[in-house]
Design a binder for this molecule. Sequence first.
Ligand SMILES: [Zn+2]
Length: 320
Amino acid sequence: MKTKQSAVSVKADPRLSEGCAVAKKIFTALFLLLLSSNVHAALNVFACEPEWAALTQQLAGNLANIYTATGPLQDPHQVQARPSLIAKARSAQLLVCTGAELEVGWMPVVLRESTNSKIQPGSSGNFEAAQYVTMLEVPTRLDRADGDVHAAGNPHIQTDARNFLPIAEALGKRLILLDPANTAEYRQRLATFTQQWHAAIAKWEKQAAPLKGVSVIVHHKGFPYLNDWLGLVEVAELEPKPGMEPSASYLGKVLNDLQQHPARMVLRAAYQSERPSEWIAERAHIPAVMLPYTVGGTPQATDLFALFDDTIAKLLAGLH
Ligand SMILES: [Zn+2]
């Protein structure tokens, strides 16, 4: 009853409105304090792909405001340097990308237009994950006629869970360099992640044992790291050249070649069209398996751990 009365009489009672003014001042002061502490605490991170946003989240938690530039159902080779990306890059203190030319079609424009010196190549705010892993498929010669071939090697490093260990260590160090006031928390988070990730890798390798030596066709050359990790054997690609969609006649040729090199399943990333792999799967009587490829690629792949749980579950399901 008392509360109701005072609520009604707020305007009538001058003492109460005085109280309101004081409360307002306190609220304003608290709000400004909160705002200023946020400005100091949170690092603005621009992640090029969802897997690096997820890793940064693991290592920084609330210490970072993370913006993810591309979605899991977007072809990471084909991104437009939209004004919204440039605006986000302008306020970023750290860029976390794959590198190895994966973002070569849009990042140079974003970097230039952002006019942000903190995130330019060579600056401490520019982090390229590919620099910390052993690259596969490094070409011995470079020819644009070969399609989307990258000088630094195949950029799809996120499909081997082991790659996240050296990348996490390097990213943890980078976060400390940029935000030394929170060194203890970054160290703690890195240690926790590393320990949990080692345990998860052991679990995944045990689960994936039946995949060793299994022959697969891939839509795009997006899985050499996954194959290297789990022992899958790639016998064919559906793309005539990396980044080039297959024609019906090319698919016919792949189907024909399968007689010499049979495959157990055909793999594609969540962002790719299902049509070419479904076409082959139907005629070769093998399952077409869609893998999440990155965090969010499937409803199950909700974080980095779930990404690999789901990848292995889908591969194992493809064996049956
Ligand atoms: Zn590619």
